[in-house]
Design a binder for this molecule. Structure first.
Ligand code: 13P
Ligand code: SF4
Length: 327
């Protein structure tokens, strides 16, 4: 028996003992996706966390995901195996204090609306657009969700914005998802200037190169990619949307414009099809922090427990529940 097999057996035994369910995001390491009870995109994982019956949720992902699980299911113990697994984009906006992450935003041309960044806070942008509902991407802190009207994910952003009874909406924090939403709605979108460093690095040259190298491949992009990349792609969708699309498609080759962790599931589900990453360096270091040993250690020691204070959890849950109610 290999060391990994021994670890896997130990995890399975512990899981039963503490009545735990392991959730993993589609970007997690292969070994972690394999041991998970459910692997999926942010929307699927939120729905699962809200409805699953268990005492403990071991969330293999980044901190805002575990926070959302705890917001939706406060009666359960939610464990994040790697406490430093964070999403830099989620830290690009705060409610009122200084930003946690002092990223320098590179110059970026955006024509779909206004963009705010640097010393602006969510409170500032709300004051500038009174009455405009705030749509928070789930990649935000619990505090930011608590100050927002509704959440969205990459799978339902356009649908959520369309569901709102307002001609103007504030979309935070991803400028690229906001631009994609703006392109697909008639509503005015006020966008924040945040971005995912993994997706934002893709350039039109990468797309042209992939098209030359794989002329028969269908190119799928995640809406966290820049708008010019989404416009060049054959299809734009969330990670699980990519899995469904590739399965249903008659094409045999695909270029995948998202974090490379998704290739594991795509290849496993479609052994007769070939998948190429749009860029080999589309790797989220935070998503890769969790390993089989960290999952085992987390379950053995029940660390790290993620709990959101009630005064933040209740309004944050309202925003998540509103999103989950949109069919
Ligand atoms: P989805 O899996 O919801 O498409 O999310 C992408 C992402 O970057 C999560 O951090
Ligand atoms: Fe955040 Fe991007 Fe990593 Fe997703 S892939 S967790 S958006 S940094």
């Amino acid at each position: 028996m290999s060391e990994k097999d021994i670890l896997r057996e130990k995890i399975l035994r512990l899981k039963e003992k503490i009545n735990a369910i392991i959730l993993a995001h589609n970007y997690q390491r292969e070994e972690v996706q394999e041991i998970a009870d459910y692997a999926g995109d942010s929307l699927e994982l939120s729905r699962t966390a809200a409805s699953i019956k268990c005492d403990v949720i071991v969330f293999c992902g980044v901190n805002f995901m575990a926070e959302s699980a705890s917001i939706l299911s406060p009666e359960k113990t939610v464990i994040l195996p790697e406490i430093s697994a964070c999403c830099p984009m989620a830290d690009m906006i705060t409610v009122s204090g200084p930003r946690r992450l002092k990223t320098q935003f590179p110059g970026y041309h955006y024509t779909g609306g206004y963009r705010y960044s640097s010393d602006f806070t969510l409170k500032d942008i709300k004051a500038l657009h009174p009455g405009a509902p705030v749509v928070a991407y789930v990649n935000t802190t619990a505090e930011v969700k608590a100050e927002s009207d509704i959440c969205c994910t990459s799978a339902n952003g356009v649908k959520i914005v369309e569901s709102l009874d307002s001609d103007k909406v504030i979309c935070i924090p991803d400028r690229n998802l906001s631009a994609w939403i703006a392109k697909n709605t008639k509503k005015e979108v006020i966008a924040w200037d945040g971005f995912c460093h993994v997706h934002d690095r893709v350039t039109p040259d990468d797309v042209l190169r992939a098209r030359t190298e794989h002329p028969n491949a269908v190119l799928i992009a995640h809406p966290e990619c820049r708008i010019e990349i989404c416009e060049m792609a054959d299809h734009v969708t969330s990670t699980s949307g990519m899995v469904r699309f590739a399965k249903a498609s008659e094409a045999k080759e695909f270029v995948i414009g998202t974090e490379t962790g998704l290739l594991y599931k795509l290849r496993k589900d479609n052994p007769d099809k070939t998948f190429y990453p749009l860029r080999k360096d589309m790797v989220c270091p935070n998503m890769k922090k969790t390993t089989l040993s960290s999952v085992f250690h987390a379950m053995e020691t029940m660390t790290y427990k993620i709990k959101v204070p009630e005064e933040i959890r209740v309004p944050a849950k309202r925003a998540l529940d509103r999103m989950l109610a949109v069919k």
